[in-house]
Design a protein around this ligand. Sequence first.
Ligand SMILES: C[S@@+](CC[C@H](N)C(=O)[O-])C[C@H]1O[C@@H](n2cnc3c(N)ncnc32)[C@H](O)[C@@H]1O
Length: 282
Amino acid sequence: MEKNYWFRLLYYLSITAIEQSITPQASLTLRTMAKPLPHDHVIPFKDSEKGKKEQVAEMFDRIACRYDFMNRFLSARTDVRWRKKAISFLKKDQPKTILDIATGTGDMAIMACKMLDPDRITGIDISTQMLEVGRKKIEKEGLVDKIQLQHGDSETINFAENTFDAGMVAFGVRNFENLEKGLSEILRVLKPGGQLVILEFTKPPQPVRGLYNLYMGIVAPQLARWFKQNKEAYQYLNESANAFPARAHLRDILTKVGFSDTRYKSLSLGICCIYTGRKPVR
Ligand SMILES: C[S@@+](CC[C@H](N)C(=O)[O-])C[C@H]1O[C@@H](n2cnc3c(N)ncnc32)[C@H](O)[C@@H]1O
C-alpha cells in the first residue's frame, strides 16, 4: 500500500481529532479565517511547474474520452440521481437562459434542457477535450439549437452582467483556482433574483467517512488504474474533495461573496451536497 496513503490517513485523522476537540463555533471561525482556502493549492500533478488552472485543464483533457463512463461506473449511476435532484431546484423558477459553469462533457446542460425546457443553455469550461466530447453528445441528442458549449473560465466569465436567469456548477467549484473569484463572477452574470445551484462532493460525517475515505483513497484510484485511467485524476479527486470547504462553510462563502437565501442539502449520507443561493434583487 502506498506510503502516501498512510500519511494522508494519519493527517486526516489528526485534523478530524482537532476539529472534534474544539467547539463548532470556534471551528467555523478558524476555518473562515483561513486564507487562501486550502483546496486552492491542491493540484493534480505534484511535479508540474504549471498553475492549478492549467494543470486541471490538462488533466481533464487527458481523461475526457472516458470521463462519462468512469463517472457512471465509479458512482454506480448515483451521479445521475444527484444531478436530477440539483436541477429540480431550478424547476420553480422556470429559467429561460441558463449558464452551466465547468460544464465538462455537458451532462448537466443536456439534463437541464430535458427537465426545464429553457430557451438556451450556455456551457463554459477550460478543457477543450471535455467540450469536444460534450458537443458530440449534444449533436447526438439533437439539442444543438438549445445548448452551446464554449471555452471559458469561471473566474473571468465572458458575458455581461445580469445575463442569465440561472446558473449551475456540478463537481466544478472544487476545481476552481480561486473559489471566491469564480463565485463572484457567477453572481455578476446572473440576473437579479437568478438562482445558482452547486453540486459537489463533501466529506461525510463518521462512520460513513471511514468507508468514503477507503473508497475514494484506495478503491477508486485502483479501479481507475485497471481501466488504464489517469491515476493522478482520482488521487486529485480524493485530495481536493478532502480539502474543500464543506456544507456550512461553503454556504458562508456564498453569502460572503454576495448571494442571498443561501442553503445546502446533503445527499447520500453526506457524500455529496447541493448548495443554492440567489442574486439579491436590489
Ligand atoms: C469534474 S468535472 C465536472 C464536469 C461536469 N460539470 C459534470 O458534472 O460532469 C470538472 C470540470 O471543471 C472544469 N473547470 C475547472 N476549473 C474551471 C474554471 N476555472 N472554469 C471553467 N471550467 C473549469 C474542468 O475542466 C472540468 O471539465
